[in-house]
Design a protein around this ligand. Structure first.
Ligand SMILES: [Zn+2]
Length: 499
């Protein structure tokens, strides 16, 4: 054999070995095995459906600060323990103010008498004892021009129109336009505001305009769309419409609430933590199945699937069910405050809060830098079509305070499906949930957090305050924060990464 032949043989051997190595999975085989076992455990038989039935039908609507929410937290600790986690407990925090609706009454008394279907807005102050009686003034969609035209007299009750909402963008728009309308209502000296329901066929929902856990500026009620339109037609016909509004809401002082926290301790770097969370609290008109019972049940079942797969990851997995979300993300905010000493060790926060519509990817909270690692982690389930990740950031769920701390956050992006119509409404009930879809989402969530916790490198660094501020401006989150009063808290260092 001559030297040239020998070289050719070595080259062929080298090529073969290279090809074999290239074909070898990027992740070690054991990690891939674990992922397959996690998926099988999530999709196979389990307590997911029964858990969600108990939470929604037997505990029901669970507004923060109520006995129902206390029962929900106790139930969740038990469910986590049955899932086999290492530890499960509640962590208390204080809700600054407690609020509940009294016996709301709204009626038109002239030119024709009829009762009006209405509910109080959350955080609405009560009307004076005995209620209000006043002229109704139609301010249309509440633009400056419409206020100028209507010129409501001091002490009148305003009627604000709405459009029927169908998309995520419509929902954000409904929230976004409210602060400026309220500013004008307060400036005009109005006694109260009636908001036309943005859903049809008499559907009522618990709307909220103050996200800082404070009592709102004016008494406000949400009015059935058809009733509101009848009142508007009477005004348009030139009639003087008198209404009587009684909102005997109960407002109380600080109240103790609790987040539920469960853990699977990491095998190599237990001090480093990956969080999977969803809020457990809901509004009280429905039973909080879409928002957010299904995803609270998902978090518990993701923990169960990982335990059942025998997959103890490198880092610690922490599963958190928040309270106080509907009052302004208060449970997750307080958690971040209470865990300030370990924030450097929180590798990522993953959140589910968009109902049961199919998950198409994650919203990365302005962090395009974490997408390559995420794609690598989700590679075993690439065919599921959940890789349409976006580097946007929005204000509206419990990733917010983690994002402000510079921690990478992932929020599941879900198709709208049946979410918007039933959002915060009396119709948010268990029948809206597709358990098969929820199992797929559970598997996806479990694979995501397991992969982040198992990966040798972090998926991305914690950002400095300066980097977070640049992110807020780049994504337009700064404007959302200004609109709802969060920006001042960030500037003062009361919320978000310390200077
Ligand atoms: Zn929610």
């Amino acid at each position: 054999m001559n030297a040239k032949n020998l070289l050719a043989r070595w080259l062929r051997l080298f090529l073969l070995v290279s090809l074999l190595l290239a074909a070898w999975p990027v992740q070690p085989q054991s990690s891939n095995d674990a992922v397959q076992k996690i998926i099988a455990a999530a999709l196979g038989p389990g307590p997911l459906a029964e858990n969600l039935r108990q939470l929604t039908d037997e505990i029901g609507g669970r507004m923060s600060g109520t006995p129902a929410m206390r029962r929900a937290a106790e139930w969740a600790v038990t469910a986590f323990r049955q899932a086999g986690v290492d530890t499960a407990r509640t962590e208390p925090f204080t809700l600054p103010t407690s609020w509940s609706e009294g016996a709301t009454r709204l009626e038109v008394i002239a030119p024709v008498a009829f009762p009006v279907q209405a509910v109080s807005l959350a955080w609405s102050p009560p009307t004076p004892a005995g209620g209000l009686e006043a002229d109704l003034v139609d301010v249309g969609m509440g633009t400056e021009a419409e206020f100028a035209r209507a010129r409501p007299a001091r002490g009148s009750i305003l009627l604000v129109h709405s459009q029927v909402i169908r998309t995520w963008a419509d929902l954000f728009d409904e929230y976004n336009r409210a602060p400026a309308i309220l500013d004008q209502a307060v400036a005009s000296g109005a006694a109260a505001v009636l908001w036309m329901s943005s859903r049809e066929q008499g559907l009522l929902y618990r709307h909220i305009h103050n996200f800082l856990g404070q009592i709102d500026r004016l008494p406000q009620a949400l009015v059935a769309r058809e009733d509101a339109q009848r009142m508007a037609r009477l005004l348009a016909a030139g009639r003087r419409v008198r209404v009587r509004l009684d909102l005997p809401n109960r407002v109380g002082g600080p109240v103790e609430e609790r987040n539920v926290v469960a853990e699977i301790r990491g095998r190599e770097r237990p001090e480093e933590i990956v969080l999977l969370g969803a809020h457990l609290d809901s509004w009280d008109l429905g039973t909080g199945a879409l928002d957010n019972g299904c995803n609270a049940a998902l978090v518990i079942d993701a923990a169960r699937a990982i335990v059942a797969a025998g997959a103890r990851p490198r880092r610690t997995l922490r599963f958190v069910l928040w309270s106080g979300e509907e009052q302004g993300l208060i449970g997750s905010w307080q958690y971040v405050q209470q865990h300030r000493a370990e924030l450097d060790q929180i590798v990522a926060y993953v959140n589910f809060d968009e109902g049961i519509g199919r998950v198409v990817g994650y919203s990365l909270g302005g962090r395009a830098d974490i997408e390559p690692a995420l794609r690598e982690i989700l590679q075993p389930i690439e065919s599921w079509g959940a890789n349409a990740h976006t580097a946007d950031a929005f204000l509206g769920t419990d990733n917010f305070d983690f994002l402000l701390e510079g921690i990478p956050t992932l929020v599941a992006t879900q198709e709208e499906h049946n979410y918007i119509t039933n959002y915060h409404a009396s119709s948010d009930t268990l029948d809206k949930i597709d358990i098969r879809e929820l199992k797929l989402h559970t598997a996806l969530a479990a694979v995501t957090v397991y992969g982040i916790a198992e990966r040798e490198q972090r998926i991305g660094p914690r950002l400095t305050r300066g980097e977070v501020e640049a992110l807020l401006r780049r994504t337009g989150l700064d404007q959302q924060m200004q609109r709802f009063g969060f920006w001042l808290l960030w500037e003062r260092g009361e919320r978000g990464r310390q200077p």
